[in-house]
Design a binder for this molecule. Structure first.
Ligand code: PGA
Length: 251
């Protein structure tokens, strides 16, 4: 299985910086075409920058997919400020990230709500990247497996399958802190996630499980060697083309 190198640009940048970033990624991929033998590339810009990034990708034929960072649980209508999954699909998104810990925390999103959003996104034909991960104190209390199992059981809609769903394990304490999880912890959690998914999905063996949380070019090689790590969800390092591509080179 190719590794999915997914960049989550979060709420960063301007139209100009988004264009600079995607063009630098396109040039880097042009210069290193063999990266696509081992990796699939995805960037998730802010909603307002999706169209210009998509147009830039189309203009250069860069082998990069785009995705949203969130979507509504509703299909359309009176939901001020929201973006629907149909709108994301309409402008050419292939993926949407759902249940990122920042949304779970800042917008009090529950797993049940994330499952509703995911069900709606799948109807729109998007693939969903569902994020799970424990808080630092939950790990200190030895509850990380229980927390992640509950998030998985409650966040995945019944229509989820390996073909349309990706899981991202992102321990909350590792996000944006420079403190990635150890390869032993990642190995244990990713194998636990795959086992837990077998309760619900007949094809759980084929589902991609990404690791996220302070992934950088210098730790990516070790993380990618871990069994059941099928790619990375990258925040900070995805905002610099050389770091984003450096992570892919580590594969
Ligand atoms: P980070 O963020 O790479 O900056 O730690 C990861 C994420 O939030 O997806």
């Amino acid at each position: 299985m190719k590794k999915l190198i997914a960049g989550n640009w979060k709420m960063n940048g301007t139209q100009a910086s988004a264009m600079d970033l995607i063009s630098a990624i396109g040039i880097g991929l042009d210069e290193n075409p063999s990266l696509t033998d081992t990796c699939d590339f995805l960037v998730c810009p802010p909603a307002l920058h999706l169209t210009i990034v998509k147009d830039a990708i189309e203009g250069t034929n860069a082998p990069v997919s785009i995705g949203g960072q969130d979507c509504s649980a509703n299909d359309n209508g009176a939901h001020t400020g929201d973006v629907s999954s149909d709108m994301l699909a309409d402008i050419g998104c292939e993926y949407v990230i759902l249940g990122h810990s920042e949304r779970r925390a800042d917008h009090e999103e529950t797993s049940a709500y994330i499952s509703e959003k995911a069900g709606r996104a799948l109807i729109s034909g998007l693939k969903v990247i569902i994020c799970v991960g424990e808080q630092e104190e939950e790990r200190e209390e030895g509850r990380e497996f229980d927390v992640v199992a509950k998030q998985l059981r409650e966040s995945l809609p019944n229509s989820a399958s390996a073909a349309n769903t990706v899981i991202a394990y992102e321990p909350v304490w590792a996000i944006g802190t420079g403190k990635a999880a150890t390869t032993d912890d990642v190995a244990a959690m990713h194998s636990f996630i795959r086992k837990t998914l077998q309760e619900k999905l007949a094809d759980a063996g084929d589902i991609r499980i990404l690791y996220g949380g302070s992934v950088k070019p210098d730790n990516a090689g070790d993380l990618f060697k871990v069994e059941n790590v099928d790619g990375a969800l990258i925040g900070g390092a995805s905002l610099k083309a050389d770091q984003y591509l450096g992570i892919a080179k580590a594969v």
